[in-house]
Design a protein around this ligand. Structure first.
Ligand SMILES: Nc1ncnc2c1ncn2[C@@H]1O[C@H](COP(=O)(O)OP(=O)(O)OP(=O)(O)O)[C@@H](O)[C@H]1O
Length: 646
């Protein structure tokens, strides 16, 4: 595309947003109204027409995949790489800043990001160490507590007599967890943002540098920013610079994770002379589907009203199916997909959306039974598989000996005679002397505390890691990975596993080597390849690595469907207590979020929408009766046609 044609593919409102005079802009974009197109073209406009250098642009997207897509679209428009532009998620941008300013952020050079599984494991261990009853103080709840506190910008409080005992205990867990992370150089996702925020707030020279540099900040999916992310943007905003935010308050679905839809209203108040532009033409769905979405969302009270419309045809009726139970529901959906497929529709154009991950089980069984290939988006993906995580843990400890989460994973994998008792002694020593597990192991060996056989086994482990580290130094990443898998003993261990499972684990380890070979260290040139690769994995969800070109039916939760579109959408389980969920039924605010989630689901459909509900479902082995969801009653009944059994 040529610059002179930059505005050609846009409607008038989109043109207005793209070519708006420099200033603070709120693009209130309805579902399917071309948010991505507007953001991409706005950046191209700022570069090509307003002649800003790429380095003056900071663009924040919701996923890394969206960032990559946007980057290449901009490149196509401009005809050259927008080198120097920063684009990514809040997490990846924060990580980038922390990598540069790790000293000022008080982090070790080799700090590593931990994922939620590692965070959970670490907390489990610490809760046990604190002698707390795990039935009351679960690691899962602790994780939610700590992440929520960080999202709100809070550090562990001083515990005094005025603090309620429950709050004081959570605070204690938070404090001990944070100390453990600091010792090991581990940073969780919430910490990335909070740490960057604190560093920028405390180091005026660094903050000023970025304020001067990023003259234009653009944020996509603004409705799902949380408190600390918003504060982050405010801190970086230059009084001379400009912010463009794009969002849809009707699609705010991450309130449970701390997202604040009110940030959109706050933006109007906190930033001077905000120009609001509404995009209300939907290019995705038929009239019937859009009407259903509009009717449904009109039941929410706190909205920035948009009047979403479309030029497309009325299209097919929305199908509604009342199933006897979840099995009947699954057969109905899969049979419909088979029928459509026979009529020429690709399987990958069909998506089945559900409220909770657990709902996929019956659907999977039926898909398997009817031999229809499928892909679960957000299920256990490549980098979450046991054998891959084991290999990555070796790579991590080679990169950073103090990575406690990695140490914990591989200390006795493959089995090397280090029993739970020895590991407990290492942990106790680490806690008591404020050391990492690796440091505690060295001290234990020096002080000869362990019995002979344990001492020997631990010594062998330390030697093994040091030897591998020495053997692989300065080799290309794929050779490093290959050697780590072989020399660690993982390869042998999994090869001895019988049957298909063992075979597939070996295949996955081979695939990991392939992944390192293909890895293009494009954005992280200042890091050694191993470190760059590990951080890239930690920052991207596994789905973002997956190639979705195979013709398979797509299965995902409604949350995961955000930003996507499909020819045929099936939303299953529309029952009171399932969707909306039981918790939402009691809470007005949560009910509105559930409705927004239903709105997101409906607006993913291009041509055909099918909604199903079941009269009964087996929950924990018990048959439970359900009523159809209120959301069905809120749809325009003239757009709906009851479907017959297949
Ligand atoms: N001016 C336009 N002319 C034709 N098609 C357009 C135009 N703008 C957007 N589209 C198309 O409309 C569809 C929806 O666009 P896009 O995915 O960018 O919307 P969105 O606002 O991000 O949607 P959502 O928020 O619902 O995920 C895409 O297929 C896009 O190519």
């Amino acid at each position: 595309m040529y610059i002179s044609h930059l505005l050609d593919s846009l409607n008038n409102k989109q043109k207005e947003a793209v070519s708006a005079p420099l200033g603070n802009i709120l693009v209130l974009a309805g579902a399917g109204s071309g948010k991505t197109r507007v953001l991409t073209h706005r950046i191209a406009w700022l570069l090509a027409v307003e002649n800003n250098p790429p380095s003056s642009i900071l663009a924040v997207t919701f996923t890394n995949k969206a960032a990559t897509e946007m980057y290449y679209r901009i490149k196509n428009i401009l005809g050259k790489h927008p080198c120097g532009m920063w684009i990514g998620t809040f997490h990846s941008l924060a990580y980038r800043i922390l990598r540069i300013h790790y000293i000022e952020a008080n982090l070790p050079k080799d700090f590593h990001i931990i994922d939620s599984e590692d965070q959970h494991k670490l907390l489990k261990r610490l809760i046990r160490y604190l002698n707390l009853d795990e039935n009351y103080w679960s690691a899962r709840q602790a994780m939610c507590y700590i992440n929520a506190k960080k999202d709100e910008g809070y550090r562990p409080q001083k515990i005094d007599k005025y603090l309620h005992v429950i709050e004081a205990t959570w605070q204690r867990i938070y404090a001990v967890y944070q100390e453990a992370c600091e010792r090991s150089g581990l940073v969780d996702f919430a910490e990335l943002i909070l740490r960057t925020y604190e560093m920028l707030r405390n180091k005026a020279t660094i903050a000023n540098y970025y304020r001067e540099r990023f003259y234009h900040i653009l944020v996509d999916e603004f409705q799902d920013t949380n408190h600390i992310q918003y504060s982050w943007i405010r801190l970086l905003a230059n009084c001379k610079g400009y912010i463009t935010i794009v969002g849809d308050d009707d699609q705010s679905i991450y309130g449970w994770r701390g997202a604040k839809v009110n940030n959109m209203q706050s933006f109007i108040q906190d930033f001077p002379q905000v120009k609001t532009i509404s995009l209300d033409q939907n290019y995705r769905s038929t009239k019937n589907i859009l009407k259903a979405a509009n009717y449904l969302i009109a039941n929410n009270k706190n909205r920035l009203i948009k009047n979403l419309w479309t030029n497309s045809d009325k299209g097919e009726y929305i199908s509604l199916y009342c199933a006897m139970n979840e099995i009947d529901e699954a057969y109905f959906v899969v049979n419909k997909i088979i029928l459509n497929h026979k009529n020429g529709l690709a399987l990958k154009d069909c998506v089945i959306l559900y409220r909770n991950n657990a709902q996929s089980r019956v659907l999977e069984e039926v898909l398997l039974h009817l031999r229809i290939p499928y892909h679960i988006y957000g299920g256990i993906q490549f980098f979450e598989r046991k054998e891959v995580k084991d290999a990555l843990a070796y790579l991590r400890i080679i990169n950073n000996r103090n990575d406690d989460a990695a140490y914990d994973r591989i200390i006795n994998t493959p089995p090397r005679g280090i029993g739970t008792k020895t590991i407990e002694i290492v942990r106790k020593m680490a806690q008591n002397r404020q050391l990492t597990l690796w440091q505690a192991s060295i001290v234990l060996l020096q002080e000869k505390v362990l019995k002979y056989s344990s001492n020997l086994a631990l010594q062998e482990f330390i030697k093994l890691i040091e030897n591998i580290a020495q053997n692989i130094a300065n080799l290309p990443l794929e050779i490093q990975t290959n050697l780590v898998i072989k020399q660690s003993g993982l390869w042998n261990m999994y090869q001895q596993e019988q049957g298909e499972k063992g075979q597939s684990r070996i295949k996955n380890l081979e695939e990991l080597v392939n992944a390192t070979e293909k890895y293009n260290n494009h954005y992280n040139k200042d890091m050694v390849p191993l470190q760059a690769f590990l951080s890239n994995i930690a920052l991207n969800t596994s789905d973002e690595f997956t190639n979705h070109n195979k013709d398979t039916v797509q299965l995902m939760t409604l949350h995961a469907a955000k930003g996507l579109e499909f020819q045929q959408v099936f939303i299953v389980g529309l029952e009171e207590g399932i969707f909306p969920s039981q918790i939402a039924i009691k809470e007005q605010e949560q009910m509105e979020e559930e409705r927004r989630l239903a709105y997101v689901g409906i607006t993913r459909a291009i041509k055909k929408l099918t909604i199903t509900y079941a009269q009964t479902r087996r929950i924990y082995g018990q048959k439970v009766f359900y009523c159809k969801s209120r959301f069905i009653n809120e749809l325009p009944q003239e757009c709906i046609l009851m479907a017959e059994r297949y």
